[in-house]
Each structure stands twice: as C-alpha cells, then as structure tokens.
Design a protein around this ligand. Structure first.
Ligand code: ZN
Length: 222
C-alpha cells in the first residue's frame, strides 16, 4: 500500500490504477472485482481493518467484498440506495444500460452479494471522512470527503483514465456504464465545488491539481 495522505492509502494493482482500492483509517474502501481477494488480503496484512465500505455497488467495486468481509469478520457499509444491489447482485446487471460491454463487465467481475450492516447517507462519518450522496453512475453512489485537508474519494463520478484503453486523463464515466449520466454530472459539479486538493478515483491515478479537476467539470454539458 502506498500512503497518499495522513491515514489514506492506495493498494497497488495491475494494470496500475486500473481498478483502485483504498484504506482510510481502519476502513477498506471498495474491493475491485471478484478476482481481487488475494491482492487485497495480501496488502492489508498488518493493518487493522474494522469495516469495509463501498463507493458504489458495481462489479469492479464490490467483487471481492463478500470474501473480504467474511475473512476479516467486518461489517459492510454501502450507500443506502445501492444496499439492495450489494446484497443481491442480480440487480446490478438489471440496472446497467443494456449494452454488451456493461453486460460483459457484470459477467466477468461481479462478486457474491453480502448483507449490508450500515446504509450510508449524506453526512455520515466514515474514518474521519464525511459521506456525500453523489448518485447517477449508480443510484446509491457515495463519495468520501475530508474537509480538513481536502481529500476526496469520488469513486466513478469521474474517471482519471479511459476505462477501456487505460489511457490517462479525466473523463466522465462511460454512458453505457452509467444509468443516469445527467444526474452523475450534477454530482460531479457538487464535488468540484469542494475544490479538493487530492482527488482519488475508482479508475486512474490520484490527482492533486485542483484547477484541472474544476476546469474539466466546468466544461461538462448539462
Ligand atoms: Zn468502476
């Protein structure tokens, strides 16, 4: 794990920054695909993890959640409007746009469901971060925001790489992976208004250039 800020770590993976997993304090944020259990267990060894939280219940974020929660005996925290999909992943596929790439991701990455112990809502606190509701890419997508030093974990509200080619750069998430792109862009504007000093993505490298993020979001269509 690489430390990015006080009490904030990023796990390594291959390809680098392809599917990101973070630790904030004693909470594991996201769990990549169902093939990621070993990658996660190996890297968090020696680190106390007392809970697992998602940014959103999509296959490349909840894939190893069940295995990790079972092995560590820790509770599972999910945005209130994604909790049903986290427990019953059939709903993930049903809620994705009907497109061959999204259905392929669902088939290859999705992990088993797992009971949700806490449904996160705006204003909740997780390891010193504030939960923000940022729906659109999924109904119950949440972000984690620490105002004291401007650290933001925003999941897939924005990507900092092209998720198909791996080429770095800011994008809004692919429309065929995003049930409600208009609402997602509203969520992106809500997050950019915070002017984060360090932005952490579900896909792509960490970004410390506040202006780059704000300018990108400014140019998004309504
Ligand atoms: Zn994703």
């Amino acid at each position: 794990m690489k430390q990015l800020a006080p009490d904030v770590w990023m796990l390594s993976g291959f390809p680098p920054n392809g599917i990101n997993v973070y630790v904030i304090g004693d909470v594991l944020i996201d769990a990549a695909s169902r093939h990621a259990t070993r990658r996660i267990m190996r890297q968090i060894k020696g680190h106390t993890i007392n809970a697992h939280a998602l940014t959103h219940a999509h296959p490349d974020h909840q894939g190893a959640s069940h295995e990790v929660c079972e092995r560590l005996g820790i509770p599972y925290w999910v945005g209130a409007n994604d909790a049903d999909a986290a427990e019953n992943p059939e709903l993930i596929g049903e809620r994705q746009p009907d497109h061959p790439i999204s259905q392929f991701f669902v088939k290859v990455f999705t992990g088993p469901g797992h009971p949700v112990d806490r449904k996160l809502v705006e204003g909740d606190e997780v390891a010193g971060f504030k939960v923000l509701d940022v729906p659109g890419h999924s109904a119950g997508h949440v972000a984690y925001w620490r105002e004291s030093d401007g650290v933001l974990i925003l999941g897939d509200v924005l990507n900092n790489m092209d998720v198909l080619t791996g080429i770095p750069g800011l994008h809004d998430p692919k429309p065929y992976l995003t049930p409600d792109p208009v609402t997602n862009r509203q969520s992106a504007r809500k997050l950019a208004a915070l002017e984060p000093r360090l932005t952490l993505f579900g896909h792509g490298a960490p970004l410390r250039d506040t202006k780059k993020l704000v300018d990108f979001v400014d140019k998004l269509p309504d």
